[in-house]
Write a protein that binds this ligand. Structure first.
Ligand code: HEC
Ligand code: HEC
Length: 376
């Protein structure tokens, strides 16, 4: 590396790329987390974030001069002095590598980031029954709220520190005028010390990571059913599962998946077929024998017998009640609160109980966040 006056080459391309992929993938997964039907994108960014964290940890041991953990300044005394000096001496010299604040921040990103990635994968497995931990859904679905809380709070915690980190860099840039922002772009820092060597492997690895990230991203979001997003639950063919239910109850509307309601709701619906939402269903429509078969099927597959997210959340929201319509359930109302009531009046929907208008594959028991499309 050619020496430049007053500048040290501290961040080779590999370190800079790790830094920016970590920053971008974290921000992108934070943004996509607000949109349920972008869950695949969220998962894709999360994976990239996770893999880059692992790489950053390895980099901390075998990386170039200023990136390794043994050059980090982690003594509390140093951290205090770092802030004291900031106040006393605006034009103080800065170290070439990590200062005490950025050393601690890197440790925080790597550790809290790992918690976020691991809890995210667990949540995806336990709650959505998807991804590499989908097998945990059956036995651990009752912990989805706890895992959800860990994932969420850890993410907000890290996001807050990211803002503080950006603020710190801005203070360096505009108050101390150390050109800190450009250091992570050009690699040069206004400091004194030895330049970092650029290794061919570092350069190769960094470009390989960009390409791999793009491929992984594309693969995860473009194929519905892949290694990263595979669901434990296959689509259900209700016609095959129970012919009577499929034909007799599917006469006026698509059949509702049994796992939507608790047994006592189904009991209430089945015991009152003579006044079924204003319709009179007689024995001519559905015979007594058929009713028995339908009851048996519904009760055996009701929400209490399911480890799906919908069942768990419906049951929790229903409590002791026994609603006969989803629109009476708080959980349903909350998840659909953003939908303007006029939307349901569209010709293509007609009624809020026409779930399959928006939930593609509803008639196969699929209520995935990623499978929703509101028709015009
Ligand atoms: C004669 C027509 C007809 C038949 C047959 C029928 N339903 Fe319905 N069902 C309706 C109507 C009408 C509604 C009101 C909602 C709507 O407008 O779609 C409804 C609503 C429902 C709902 C509430 C959906 C929600 O969450 O809002 C459930 C559950 C339901 N039916 C179950 C059944 C079952 C189980 C059977 C078979 C035993 C059955 N239905 C057979 C006409 C019918
Ligand atoms: C007008 C379109 C529309 C109709 C009709 C509709 N939904 Fe939805 N539903 C949505 C949208 C959009 C979301 C996602 C809301 C969000 O999370 O931002 C959603 C979310 C859900 C969720 C939560 C999914 C999750 O994992 O977070 C469930 C469960 C659900 N709907 C069930 C139903 C049922 C059952 C019916 C029929 C009684 C129904 N929906 C009717 C549009 C619709």
């Amino acid at each position: 590396m050619n020496r430049k006056e007053g500048l040290v080459f501290v961040w080779p391309i590999s370190t800079r790329i790790i830094h920016w992929i970590i920053a971008i993938s974290f921000t992108a997964s934070l943004i996509t987390s607000f949109y349920e039907n972008y869950l695949h994108y969220h998962v894709a960014f999360g994976w990239i974030f996770g893999v880059m964290l692992i790489y950053r940890i390895i980099w901390g041991f075998v990386g170039p001069r200023y990136a390794t953990f043994n050059t980090f300044k982690l003594k509390p005394k140093d951290l205090v002095w770092y802030f004291q000096e900031k106040i006393i001496d605006r034009w103080r010299k800065i170290p070439p590598g990590h200062n005490p604040a950025s050393s601690w921040y890197t440790i925080l990103v790597v550790s809290v980031g790992s918690v976020i990635v691991i809890s995210g994968l667990l949540l995806y497995g336990i709650q959505e029954a998807k991804g590499i931990f989908s097998f945990l859904n059956t036995d651990y679905y009752m912990y989805m709220d706890i895992v959800d809380a860990v994932h969420k709070y850890a993410s907000w915690f890290l996001a807050s520190w990211a803002c503080i980190h950006i603020l710190g860099v801005m203070v360096e840039q505009f108050y101390h005028k150390t050109s800190m922002v450009f250091a992570m772009i050009t690699g040069y820092k206004k400091s004194e010390g030895e330049d970092t060597d650029v290794t061919p492997f570092g350069v190769f690895a960094s470009y390989a990571f960009i390409i791999l990230s793009v491929i992984a991203f594309y693969y995860i979001v473009s194929t519905y059913d892949n290694f990263f997003t595979r669901s434990k639950f296959a689509l259900i063919n209700y016609e095959k599962e129970n012919q009577v239910y499929y034909h007799d109850c599917g006469d006026c509307h698509k059949v509702y998946p049994p796992f939507l309601f608790p047994k006592r709701s189904w009991e209430r619906i089945m015991d009152k077929l003579d006044n079924h939402f204003g319709e009179e269903i007689t024995e001519n429509n559905i015979s007594m024998g058929a009713r028995e078969s339908i009851k048996k099927y519904l009760y055996a597959n009701s929400a209490e017998h399911s480890t799906r997210e919908v069942s768990y959340k419906m049951l929790k929201s229903i409590g002791d009640g026994r609603p006969k319509s989803t629109s009476k359930v708080m959980y349903w109302r909350e998840t659909h609160a953003d939908i303007d009531p006029s939307v349901y009046k569209r010709k293509s929907i007609k009624d809020r109980s026409n779930c399959s208008a928006c939930h593609k594959d509803f008639e196969y028991g699929n209520l995935d966040d990623t499978n929703i499309k509101i028709p015009d």
